[in-house]
Design a protein around this ligand. Structure first.
Ligand code: ZN
Length: 191
């Protein structure tokens, strides 16, 4: 009986260790099991690719005005849910010449889900991005960086690139704009 218990305990510890390892891998910015994943690109110039996630919202216009003033283009990874609510904002992003990307429909972690759920999340959002008038290639960014086997496999089948990031300033509402700027400026130069 005791031996039995020790065996079960050992099994449990191994299970937890494997689970934690897999969970960590599932959030990796630079590795996935299938298809291309990009978290940074080496260039000769010192440039930064700006990406904005989770919109469009009623704040989108403010960002667009700022980008226009600074003559900067960015990539907006939008959710289908927000696209449905704020289609006019999405159209403005397109007409301003920015890139649109797919950030799923409902912004759920795309692990431990069925293939049909994942496909629906991607396809619905792609359709809404097209409805906004965007004609370019639609890349994909997984919510919370989460992906394991199935999502990368489905994306590969759909010829979609996974675009991650290598610098993520804390954009919590309690953080001031100045703190965000300082965080970015300090860290971007180190990479
Ligand atoms: Zn997001």
């Amino acid at each position: 009986m005791k031996k039995h218990l020790r065996f079960i305990l050992k099994g449990l510890i191994i299970f937890i260790a494997v689970f934690l390892a897999v969970w960590k891998i599932s959030s990796s910015k630079s590795f996935q099991f299938f298809g291309g994943i990009t978290h940074r690109v080496d260039t000769d110039e010192r440039v930064v690719a700006l990406t904005f996630d989770d919109g469009p919202t009623e704040k989108t216009e403010e960002i667009l005005a700022l980008l226009e003033r600074l003559e900067v283009k960015g990539t907006f990874f939008l959710t289908g849910r927000e696209l449905e609510r704020n289609m006019e904002e999405a159209k403005k992003i397109v007409s301003a010449g920015h890139e649109l990307g797919n950030h799923t429909f409902a912004h759920k972690r795309m692990v431990f889900r069925t293939p049909s759920f994942m496909r629906r999340e991607i396809d619905l959002t792609d359709a809404l991005i097209r409805e906004a008038g965007y004609e370019g290639e639609i890349h994909f960014r997984p919510p919370y960086a989460k992906k394991l086997f199935l999502l990368p496999y489905i994306l590969k089948k759909k010829n979609k690139k996974t675009i991650m990031w290598d610098l993520e300033p804390d954009s919590d509402l309690s953080v001031s704009a100045e703190e965000i700027v300082n965080d970015v400026v300090e860290n971007v130069s180190k990479r």
